[in-house]
Design a protein around this ligand. Structure first.
Ligand code: C2E
Ligand code: CA
Ligand code: CA
Ligand code: CA
Length: 279
C-alpha cells in the first residue's frame, strides 16, 4: 500500500482527473496539511495603470507537501471544495492575509489592499460575515482594504442569493470582485445587479488580446461594460508589454501578471515594494 501511495503522488502536480486512489491520498494529506503548517500564502502585486503604483496584492495559497514538494492550487483546491476542507483552509487564508496586511501597514508599506479568493462554499456559508468581522477586529485591518474575489461561476450558480450575500458583505465595507470574468455563463443582466466594485478579466482572454481579434473584442467590451456599470476592471495574467499597451488603450484600471511579478512570499513583497514604489 505504501509504494502504491508513493506512486500516486505523481498525479498531484498534473492538472488532470485524479485517479480514485491518488485522490484519497491527496485528501488525507490535505487534512493534516493545515495542522502541520504546510499551507502558506504568496502574494501577487496589482498595479494601477494610471499611476503605475502597486495598489494591492492578491493572496494565493501554496501547499508545500513534505514528499511531493509544491502542489498546485488548481489540484488541491477542488479536493478541498469537495471534502469541505475548504472552510478551514479558507478561514486560514483570510486570517493569514489580514494578519500579513496589518504587519505590512505597521511597517509603513501601506496603503495597500489585500484581495483574497473565496470559494463557492465559503461564499455561501452563513457565518461568513461574522467570521470576517472577527478577523477584521482581531487584526485591526480596515474593511475597505480587504477585497473578496468570488468567481463568476460561484456567483451565477444561484444569482439571486448571491446578490443577497454580496449585499451583506458590501454593507460591512469590504470590497468585492468577480473573478475569472468571461469564463462562466454570466447573464449580463445579472452583472448590473451584483453589487461588486470590480471585474477581473480572466487570463484566457488577456492571453490573446494582442494577437487574437476575438479576445481583443471581448476584453474591450468587458472593460466598456464594466465602466458603464461603475465598476473597475482588473486584467489578470498580463505577461507582455504589448498586452499592457492594449489594456492601457482600453482604459483598464488595474493590471496583474508575470509581466510585473509572479506571486511572491511576504518577504518578497516587501522587497518588491521597496524597489517599485513611487517615492
Ligand atoms: P485565480 O484566482 O484566477 O488566480 C490567478 C492565477 O493565475 C494564480 O495561479 C496566479 O499565480 C496565476 N497567474 C498570475 N499571473 C499570471 C501570468 O501572467 N500568467 C499565467 N499563466 N498565470 C498567472 P495559482 O496561484 O496557481 O492559483 C490557481 C487558482 O487556485 C486561483 O486562480 C484560484 O482559483 C485558486 N486559489 C488560489 N488560492 C486560493 C485561495 O486562497 N482560496 C480559494 N478559494 N482559491 C484559491
Ligand atoms: Ca483570484
Ligand atoms: Ca482569476
Ligand atoms: Ca482561475
Amino acid at each position: 500500500a505504501k509504494s502504491a501511495g508513493r506512486n500516486s503522488y505523481q498525479f498531484f502536480t498534473q492538472e488532470m482527473n485524479l485517479t480514485v486512489q491518488a485522490r484519497l491520498v491527496l485528501e488525507s494529506d490535505l487534512r493534516t496539511a493545515l495542522e502541520r503548517d504546510e499551507l502558506m500564502l504568496h502574494y501577487q502585486p496589482q498595479i494601477d495603470l494610471k499611476s503605475g503604483d502597486v495598489v494591492g496584492v492578491e493572496a494565493l495559497l501554496r501547499w508545500r507537501h513534505p514528499v511531493r514538494g509544491a502542489v498546485a492550487p488548481d489540484v488541491f483546491i477542488p479536493v478541498a471544495e469537495d471534502t469541505g476542507l475548504i472552510l478551514s483552509i479558507g478561514e486560514f487564508a483570510l486570517k493569514s492575509a489580514c494578519e500579513q496586511l496589518a504587519l505590512w501597514i505597521s511597517q509603513g508599506l501601506g496603503p495597500l489592499r489585500m484581495a483574497v479568493n473565496l470559494s463557492a462554499r465559503q461564499f455561501k456559508q452563513s457565518n461568513l460575515p461574522s467570521l470576517l468581522a472577527d478577523i477584521l477586529a482581531a487584526t485591526g485591518v480596515a474593511a475597505h482594504l480587504l477585497e473578496l474575489e468570488i468567481t463568476e461561476s460561484s456567483a451565477m450558480d444561484d444569482p439571486n442569493s448571491a446578490i443577497l450575500h454580496l449585499r451583506t458583505l458590501r454593507e460591512m465595507g469590504v470590497k468585492l470582485a468577480i473573478d475569472d470574468f468571461g469564463t462562466g455563463y454570466s447573464s449580463l443582466s445579472y452583472l448590473k445587479l451584483f453589487p461588486v466594485n470590480r471585474l477581473k478579466i480572466d487570463r484566457s482572454f488577456v492571453r490573446g488580446i494582442d494577437t487574437d481579434s476575438e479576445d481583443a473584442e471581448i476584453a474591450a467590451a468587458t472593460i466598456t461594460l464594466a465602466h458603464n456599470l461603475g465598476k473597475e476592471v482588473v486584467a489578470e495574467g498580463v505577461e507582455t508589454e504589448a498586452q499592457c499597451r492594449f489594456l492601457k488603450g482600453q482604459q483598464c484600471d488595474i493590471l496583474q501578471g508575470y509581466f510585473f511579478s509572479e506571486p511572491l512570499s511576504a518577504a518578497g513583497i516587501a522587497s518588491y515594494l521597496a524597489a517599485n514604489r513611487r517615492p
